[in-house]
Design a protein around this ligand. Structure first.
Ligand code: KG4
Ligand code: ZN
Length: 341
């Protein structure tokens, strides 16, 4: 089975052709980072127009690289939400047009499901598994029972983890997106010289909170004073402490999720890490250690499949088509679309 996948829900126009044997036959990605950089974040109107300008070329690139024509496809999968609605509409209209013209199945994929199933594109991860989904817009713990069957254990009550990385980078003048920049600086710094809070640690349940951490970073930066502000050592140490705090929070919240996961899924043995923040090497190590302690196996896609990409959407399309799950061309793009119960 061969599926074309299209992703346009945020600031990456991404396409890929994936088959049911886990091969990425072709892929193309265009980041809009430079277009949004002057504004320090993604501007929805600019994003939508840029997706529209480039989507045709990127679909053609992925198809050419795969060396196939539309007739060779079994279906077209697209992010149907949640996300910036202008961009989602561009992707959905493009996917519907191809599906209709080529007479192929149309699959609307929840972006979060794309992340949730991404580990299975790399390795045969068995259901059920415990998923920590950490991205720029989302932070949640979910039991993945089957394709389309998700049980949410907890989520963020304010900001997402990626958002905290982005805002930390912004107040430190490290640019957008913040995750990779903070990770790079943190490598040269020492955690512990500055002390940041670990919100919700030790509390019952599996919810997250990052806004207090973000505010604490801003106060600390303000405290560096006006004459010159933070020196490079301060920036590195603060990034290291921030990353350590996020790591402590993620590990603690995951630990709390393992009990309810085990209670309902005696045969589950996997912890899956996904979403843009999962590209962070330090956080991957922290969760690897946790998995070892808790007798779970950690699965995490390579960084390029953690951040938004077309292959994860194409793969979710493969998983859905294999189970006969398709959508009608009357599907309406969804700005909000929670994953599971
Ligand atoms: O999954 P994603 O590409 O888009 C959403 O669905 O939100 O995630 C983007 C987020 C951004 O907040 C970005 O700063 C963060 O993932 N990110 C990272 C790293 N690479 C990307 N955060 C921490 N460390 C990284 N290396
Ligand atoms: Zn994403």
């Amino acid at each position: 089975m061969i599926v074309l996948g299209i992703e346009t829900s945020c600031d990456e126009t991404a396409t890929a052709v994936v088959d049911s044997d886990r091969h990425i036959l072709g892929e193309a990605l265009l980041s809009q980072i430079e277009e949004h950089q002057p504004y320090g974040g993604v501007v929805p109107e600019i994003a939508a127009r840029s997706h529209l300008d480039h989507i045709d070329t990127l679909v053609a690139q992925a198809m050419d690289q795969a060396g196939i024509g539309y007739d060779d496809l079994d279906g077209v999968a697209v992010t149907g939400g949640p996300g910036l609605i202008g961009g989602v509409i561009v992707g959905v209209m493009c996917a519907k047009a191809i599906a209709l013209a080529a007479g192929k199945s149309f699959v609307a994929v929840n972006h979060l499901e794309g992340h949730a199933l991404s580990a299975r594109l790399v390795e045969k991860v068995e259901f059920p598994y415990l998923l920590l989904l950490v991205s720029g817009g989302h932070c949640q713990l979910v039991i993945v029972e089957e394709v389309g069957r998700y049980r949410r254990l907890g989520g963020t009550i304010d900001d997402a983890a990626g958002e905290a990385f982005d805002k930390t980078a912004k107040v430190l003048g490290l640019g957008y997106p913040g995750g990779p920049a903070v990770e790079t600086k943190a490598r040269e710094g020492d955690a512990g010289r500055f002390r940041l809070p670990r919100p919700l640690i030790g509390r019952d349940g599996c919810d997250f909170s990052f806004s207090g951490l973000k505010t604490a970073v801003r106060r600390m930066v303000d405290g560096f004073g006006e004459n010159g502000g933070a020196d490079p050592k301060d920036v590195a140490d603060l990034c290291a402490e921030f990353q350590a705090a996020v790591g402590d929070v993620l590990v603690d919240r995951c630990r709390h999720a393992i009990k309810p996961f085990r209670a309902h899924n005696e045969d589950g043995y996997s912890l899956v890490l996904a979403g843009g923040v999962a590209a962070n090497g330090y956080l991957r190590e922290r969760l690897e250690t946790l998995a070892g302690e808790e007798d779970l196996r950690l699965f995490c896609p390579p960084p390029r499949l953690c951040t938004d990409n077309g292959a994860m959407i194409a793969w979710a399309g493969v998983e859905r088509l294999l189970r006969g799950m398709t959508d009608g061309l009357d599907f309406a793009p969804r700005p909000r679309w929670p994953l599971g119960r």
